[in-house]
Design a protein around this ligand. Sequence first.
Ligand code: ZN
Ligand code: ZN
Length: 386
Amino acid sequence: MVKDVLRRAVGVSFAAILLLNSVACTSYSEPVEPVPTSIPLVTETPEDGPLVLSAVGEPSEADFSLTMLDVGQGLSILVQADGEYLLYDGGARGASSYVVAYLQQHDVTELAWLVASHYDEDHISGLVGVLHTTPVEQALMPDYTTDTQIYQSLQNVLGEKSVPVFYPEQGDVFSLGNAEIQIVGPKNYDYASDNNNSICLRIEYGDFRCLLTGDAEQEAEQDMVASRQDLPCDLYVVGHHGSSSSTTEELLEVASPRYAFLSVGASNSYEHPTEQTMTALQQHGIALYRTDKQGEITVYSDGETCWFSTSPCEDWTPGSQTAPNTPLATVPPQSARYVLNTHTMKFHYPECPSVDQMSEKNKAFTDASREELVTRGYTACGQCKP
Ligand SMILES: [Zn+2]
Ligand SMILES: [Zn+2]
């Protein structure tokens, strides 16, 4: 219907009409005057560029919205479809009260779905706070276990609140209002790295499609592509905070997004996002929105078009090692007192069996004291109990 109106209104070319098959979006920055109808106005129709539409209405008119909360280094995404809510991850411990406050301020009195992508602290800490304060109808959890305290807290509160937990499999489909939520990954939960066990969702609301892959890395991305999952999307939530281990060329080719949301902490010690990822997104002509530069970001959709709370970020600067804390002194493996996992922020004795399973890029050796590690935010491994 809207497509017909567009064709008559501006006589856009057949090619431009075809572009509408993937949703055409625009940015909305200031609250706009309510428009008499929800028909988008075409402001510009470049010959072979994307169709640019003007703002189509206020956020409240949207039947669907997806907000990337600004949780710093971590991830938390609130999806709303026809008044039902899904929360995908809740950020790290420091972000927990902000996530809870955000839900309360936006009158989210109940979550239809609570999803933990995987059990890393920067994804599930905030979920514990949310479970304590907001009724949750059902939860989707990845089907693996881990020995962290925060994982235990999550299990405890799910039990206390008697939340039904589902461990989804690739190909499962759930609904949220009129949105369809497809589980596109992981292929299985047998990956050695927890990141690769991330639950990956493709959310479809009318013609508008979003892809969320948590911290899934190369191996899991390639398996999703190889297993012919439905990956094409309009909006891609950049995997693993823009790490170079994610957002592979294979995934971008198939997913072919026009917009990307990136959740990353300013001056984080991982140097996320990486130059490699920034370049890949740029080369694919994807408009980027990032929390470290722009704070919370929302995309709205009525199922035909979409629009944003702000303009794309023109700043493609990768993360650099200008972390507020000077890095811990690292020492050669043989003289190390402890081994750090810089991703899970745990420390282990060098002989701990989990050290062997740690991926090399997350591993660091240190002779720092236990106290210093604790002040730096590290927690002791529950297995070797250093
Ligand atoms: Zn993460
Ligand atoms: Zn992770």
